[in-house]
Design a protein around this ligand. Structure first.
Ligand code: CO
Length: 278
C-alpha cells in the first residue's frame, strides 16, 4: 500500500514575461521527483497575472505537458507548428533536441487555470526529433466508477483497463484527473517501479491505511513506494491529479530551459540556441 511520504506546498514564482504561478516540483522542498522535473500550477482570473504569457523560449532534453482546466493558450513554435490549447485539452510536447516556442493566453479576461509538468527524457532520447501529442478534451476517456467517481485518463492504463491517449513508453506515465463526491473511495494500482504523487485541486482527501494523512487544496503528496493507493474524499466536489512515472535514474544537469545529463551538454544547448541551431 502506498502512503504519504511528503506533503509539499507550492512556492509563488514569476516566469515567462511575468506570469504569476505556483511551483510545486522544481523548488527547494522538492527539486524533482524522477522522472518529473517541474510542476507549475497557474490559476487566476486577474489578467495582470497571466496576460504577458511566455514569449519565445527554447527547450531541450525533456517533455513539457500542458493541461488546461480553464481558459485558452495559443502555442506556436519555430517549425511552424501552431494551435490553441483549450479548457480540458492536453498538449504533450516532446522537445527532444530542441524547440523554440511561445505559449500565450488566448484571452484578455476570465479565469486561466492549468498545469505544466516537465517529464525527463533518457540520455538515449534527449536529442530526438520533437514530437507533439495534442489531445482535445473529447479524446480523453472518462471512466465512471461506483459512487460516481470520474476518472479522466490522459496517460497510462487504469486498473479497470481504460487507456489514455498519450503514449510515452520511455517513462510509462500515468496521468489521471479524478473527480468524486463526498465520502467516495478511489483505489488504483500503480506499478511498484514508479514514483507517484497526487495534487489536490479542490475538496479534501484522506490517504493511508487508516486515512491518517489528509491533504488540503493546492497541496501535493509524494506517495511512498508500493502498489495500490486508496484515496477517500472528505469533501464534496473533490478533484485531484494522480500522476506517476518510471524513474530514469540518470544524472540530471539543469540549465534553465535545458535539462541534460552533464553540464557540458547544457553549455552546448545554450551555444546551439545562440547560434540558431534549434
Ligand atoms: Co515552454
Amino acid at each position: 500500500m502506498r502512503t504519504v511520504k511528503q506533503i509539499i506546498t507550492g512556492q509563488p514564482t514569476t516566469d515567462g514575461a511575468g506570469v504569476e504561478l505556483t511551483r510545486i516540483i522544481g523548488q527547494p522542498a522538492l527539486p524533482m521527483l524522477d522522472p518529473f522535473l517541474l510542476l507549475d500550477v497557474f490559476r487566476s482570473d486577474d489578467p495582470r497575472d497571466y496576460i504577458a504569457g511566455f514569449p519565445p523560449h527554447p527547450h531541450r532534453g525533456f517533455e513539457t505537458v500542458t493541461y488546461l482546466l480553464a481558459g485558452k493558450m495559443r502555442h506556436q513554435d519555430n517549425a511552424g507548428h501552431e494551435g490553441v490549447i483549450e479548457s480540458g485539452d492536453i498538449q504533450w510536447m516532446t522537445a527532444g533536441k530542441g524547440i523554440v516556442h511561445s505559449e500565450m493566453p488566448e484571452q484578455e479576461n476570465g479565469l486561466l487555470e492549468g498545469f505544466q509538468l516537465w517529464v525527463n527524457l533518457p540520455a538515449s532520447h534527449k536529442m530526438s526529433e520533437p514530437v507533439y501529442q495534442e489531445i482535445s478534451k473529447e479524446q480523453i476517456p472518462v471512466e465512471v466508477r461506483d459512487g460516481n467517481v470520474k476518472v479522466r485518463v490522459i496517460a497510462g492504463v487504469t486498473s479497470l483497463g481504460t487507456h489514455g491517449p498519450v503514449m510515452q513508453p520511455l517513462t510509462e506515465p500515468l496521468y489521471l484527473d479524478v473527480s468524486m463526491p463526498d465520502n467516495g473511495t478511489f483505489t488504483e494500482s500503480i506499478p511498484a517501479t514508479h514514483n507517484a504523487f497526487i495534487y489536490l485541486i479542490e475538496g479534501g482527501v484522506a490517504l493511508g491505511k487508516n486515512h491518517q494523512e489528509s491533504l488540503k487544496p493546492r497541496e501535493l503528496a509524494v506517495l511512498s513506494q508500493g502498489n495500490d493507493v486508496v484515496i477517500s474524499s472528505t469533501k464534496a466536489q473533490t478533484r485531484f491529479l494522480l500522476i506517476a512515472g518510471k524513474p530514469l535514474q540518470e544524472p540530471v544537469a539543469r540549465g534553465g530551459p535545458f535539462v541534460m545529463n552533464t553540464d557540458d551538454e547544457v553549455r552546448q544547448a545554450f551555444a546551439d540556441y545562440r547560434n540558431n541551431n534549434f
